[in-house]
Write a protein that binds this ligand. Structure first.
Ligand SMILES: Nc1ncnc2c1ncn2[C@@H]1O[C@H](COP(=O)(O)OP(=O)(O)OP(=O)(O)O)[C@@H](O)[C@H]1O
Ligand SMILES: [Mg+2]
Length: 249
């Protein structure tokens, strides 16, 4: 049986009488890629806020492997291995792509030796791997300020995976991207499959179809359905609640 990376049990948050997340229970396996779907206001971002500790829950538990991390401070949850890509950019615009990743790999616990002795082969190899994974090997010597929107997002993702988080949370990673960039992002996410446990919130169904394994649908703060793309697309409750009469487009 696959080991679960994240276990969410009856998780709720009550914003002065309004439960944006209301008794959510779900389990994400080690190395799994889970997509969260749901209409605007369904509670997807709030659920990520609860997992990452940005928002404190009012009921329920969150476990990272066997550790109960419920309502830990945000920085402590990050250190425990839950990494989140924020809207706020963390890329150093004046540095090259490669240098950005080198700086990020220096912050990684366990490679502090690099700070004292300069970059060793381990760090180099790690940076090369990450460049390959995010598809920026050829852009490695470019100054980050000159990257396109999509490339900047991939570098952000690279900075995150350099930290080697156990779980990566991505909230609408393709927002603002062109179709080509969105497609490339699906390739990158597919590259990460199995290496990291990833939870992705996404609206773009074309993107979801390219990456999805299991999907959890949220509706009014609750889990409405769980299944693979086909099961979700054919689920009448999902069509009614999320997609209206239009169906999944
Ligand atoms: N701090 C807060 N206080 C009160 N209500 C909030 C707070 N944060 C979120 N909400 C409400 O909770 C609901 C869920 O919001 P959330 O941002 O989680 O939705 P979402 O599924 O991410 O939607 P979208 O697809 O638009 O990003 C919304 O009705 C929102 O207005
Ligand atoms: Mg949201």
């Amino acid at each position: 049986m696959a080991q679960s990376a994240l276990t969410i049990d009856g998780l709720s948050v009550d914003f002065e009488g309004f439960k944006a997340v209301n008794g959510v229970t779900m389990t994400v396996d080690d190395g799994e890629l889970r997509v969260l779907l749901g209409a605007n206001g369904a509670g997807k971002t709030t659920l990520m806020d609860l997992i990452s500790g940005k928002t404190k829950s009012t009921d329920g538990r969150v476990y990272l492997h066997d550790t109960d991390i419920t309502n830990w401070e945000e920085h402590k949850i990050a250190r425990a291995g839950i990494g989140r890509k924020f809207q706020i950019p963390s890329v150093f615009k004046e540095l090259t792509v490669r240098r950005n990743l080198e700086v990020a790999s220096c912050k990684k616990p366990g490679v502090f030796a690099n700070l004292r002795f300069g970059f060793g082969t381990d760090a180099e190899r790690n940076v090369d791997e990450v460049l390959e994974l995010i598809g920026l090997t050829e852009e490695q010597d470019r100054i980050a300020a000159y990257l396109s929107h999509g490339q900047t997002q991939w570098l952000e993702l690279g900075l995150l995976i350099t930290q080697n988080p156990k779980i990566i949370l991505l909230d609408e990673p393709t927002a603002g991207m062109t179709q080509a960039e969105t497609h490339k992002t699906s390739e990158i996410v597919n590259n990460l499959k199995g290496r990291h446990t990833i939870i992705v919130v996404e609206h773009d169904m074309a993107f979801v179809r390219e990456i999805a394994e299991r999907i959890t649908v949220l509706h009014l703060g609750q889990v409405l359905a769980e299944g693979n793309v086909e099961q979700i697309e054919n689920n009448p409750k999902v069509r009614e609640a999320y997609l209206g009469s239009k169906g999944i487009s």
